[in-house]
Write a protein that binds this ligand. Structure first.
Ligand SMILES: [Mg+2]
Length: 201
C-alpha cells in the first residue's frame, strides 16, 4: 500500500500506529510550521501576520463537535494567533511556551486525560519531546527529518494546507465517526459553530 492510498483509507493507515488513532481524545498542535506554512510576515509596525487554512478550521469544528479536545501550544506570542484561535473556539492555548511537555501535561490535567490519550502534532525539534511524550507523535509533511523519523505518522498534507485536517480526519475515521460527518453534509446540515471558547491557560 502506498502512502497516498493509505490516507484515502484513513482507518487502514491508523492500524500502522497501533491503537493510537482510535484512542485519541485530544489533539495538541504546534502553530508555526504546523498550523501555518512556517513563514512569519512582519509589517512596518512590527506586527506579525499569519495565514491559516480554512479547511483546517472546519476540521477543528468537526473534531470538537465529536467530543474531541484541541489544544495549541507555541513558543511565540501574537494577536493574529489569538484572533484565529478565538474564531475556531479551541479548548486551550499556551503561547510563549518554553516547555511543550509541560504544556501537554497542563492540558491533560485540565481535560482529565492521560498523555496517551493525546496526539501531538509538530514540525520541528522543539516539538519532539512533547510528540514522544504523547500517545501519538504526528509530524507534518516537510517536518525536520529528525522529527519525521521519530513520528508514528507523517502527514501527506503540508502544514498550513490541510495537515491538521488530515490528522483529524484519520482520528474520526478510526473512531467510526467520519461517516456520520459526511452524511450530515450530504443532507445539507450547516457546519458546526465554534461554541466553547477556553482560550488561554
Ligand atoms: Mg513549529
Amino acid at each position: 500500500m502506498t502512502r497516498r492510498e493509505s490516507v484515502t483509507e484513513g482507518a487502514a493507515e491508523s492500524a500502522d500506529c497501533g491503537a493510537g488513532w482510535a484512542g485519541i481524545r485530544a489533539i495538541v498542535c504546534d502553530v508555526d510550521g504546523t498550523l501555518t506554512a512556517g513563514t512569519i510576515a512582519i509589517n512596518d509596525c512590527g506586527q506579525e501576520t499569519k495565514e491559516f487554512c480554512v479547511r483546517d478550521g472546519l476540521a477543528v469544528s468537526l473534531w470538537r463537535e465529536s467530543g474531541g479536545r484541541l489544544g495549541v501550544v507555541t513558543g511565540r506570542q501574537g494577536l493574529a494567533l489569538r484572533h484565529r484561535l478565538e474564531e475556531l473556539g479551541v479548548d486551550a492555548v499556551v503561547q510563549g511556551s518554553r516547555d511543550k511537555v509541560a504544556a501537554l501535561d497542563t492540558f491533560c490535567v485540565r481535560w482529565r486525560l492521560t498523555r496517551g490519550e493525546c496526539a501531538f502534532v509538530g514540525d520541528d525539534l522543539p516539538d519532539l519531546a512533547a510528540m514522544l511524550a504523547s500517545g501519538l507523535a504526528v509530524a507534518v509533511a516537510g517536518a525536520d527529518p529528525e522529527v519525521s523519523k521519530r513520528a508514528a505518522y507523517t502527514t501527506i498534507a503540508r502544514p498550513g494546507h490541510g495537515a491538521l485536517r488530515e490528522v483529524i480526519e484519520l482520528a474520526l475515521k478510526a473512531q467510526g465517526k467520519w461517516e456520520a460527518v459526511i452524511s450530515r453534509f450530504e443532507h445539507g446540515s450547516p457546519p458546526p459553530a465554534a461554541t466553547r471558547r477556553e482560550v488561554n491557560l
